[in-house]
Ligand binder design. Sequence first.
Ligand SMILES: Nc1nc2c(c(=O)[nH]1)N[C@H]1C(S)=C(S)[C@@H](COP(=O)(O)O)O[C@H]1N2
Ligand SMILES: [Mo]
Length: 370
Amino acid sequence: MNRREFLTLSAITALLPGTTLEAARHLLQMNGYPLNMETPLELLTDYLTPNELFFVRSHWIPRMPDLKKWQLTVDGDVKTPLKLSLAELKKLPIAEATCVLQCAGNGRGLQNPTMPGVQWRYGAVGNARWRGVRVKDVLDRAGMNPSAAYLQLFGSDEPPVKVPPFHRSIEMAKAMDDCILAWEMNGVPLPPQHGAPLRLIVPGWAGDHWMKWVMRLSASNEPAKGFYMDTAYRWPITPGAPGVAFKPEEMRPLTEMAVKSNITTAPKRARVGMAAEIRGFAFSGAPDIAKVEISEDDGATWHAAELDTRHSPHAWRLWLYRWTPRHAGRVKLLARATDSHGAVQPREAVWNQSGYLYNAWHSAEVEVTA
Ligand SMILES: Nc1nc2c(c(=O)[nH]1)N[C@H]1C(S)=C(S)[C@@H](COP(=O)(O)O)O[C@H]1N2
Ligand SMILES: [Mo]
């Protein structure tokens, strides 16, 4: 660990009361500033990802609000603008959901050709239980005007001078449908690096929508503008050959995640006739995973894995494949998931110049001996 990495880890542990340097060291620091850390894939074996292992993606430096003075502002195209303290929010009906949070750029570092941006591999993803209130219950108190088709989201983090702020909006229909403003993550108060005191949960949608450190919601008849809406987080309307650069108008805002499975556990070596366990997780933008399959012949034939009993719409599904190798040699095991809408994980990911939503088949190589 170099001095800069050590200082960053010290800063994280200072932010996180009760977390040891040891725990923070499990995360892989991607760059010194701002804070971007992914989880090693082989540690993503729990149904609920422990908070201290959960990846962190922050564009700019968080400004911790004074909790005594903190209020959520609800304004814009509403009948009654509101300011709500955390205590007032907690009096509304409680909402809970177990959902996957994945950075849109997870897997960017695996794209070919390569592109700039944080070189995430597999671990900018986790699954957590989020607790808070429905956005709908908050907005209903303010009374939306019918023209309010978008909800603009403002966090308290600030960019350095001359770089764009992380301003975002989401469609009002999605906000009202199933979004949650959460103050709890896996049964404990939302940790500072994950957006305390309040963050947005957007089930099924990529992480860029999950605004952290929310301090203001503003109803509007138009989406937010600026770099993080008009240039970043866009997806080609019609896919093109690898390497092609799309113009912003040839792309639309990225919303739902793509169906994906990863292998977290596989032996390096196995014996012919001896059972081995292959494990992993699968998720999609669709509400649930229908099946996960394994191939040992480069996708010619597939065999169903067992899905774990724990599941919930928009949570990930752990799976287990009991594999008994039949022949000696080097075997490449492939995993692919199919979601509840019938979308099947593809051999190759859809090319886009920002490397979003990488979901090509994942493989594990095993040396089988007689
Ligand atoms: N205010 C604010 N919210 C934010 C971000 C940010 O930089 N600022 N990053 C977003 C992105 S791109 C992702 S992937 C998720 C990451 O959430 P996590 O750090 O809790 O894992 O937060 C989102 N919310
Ligand atoms: Mo992200």
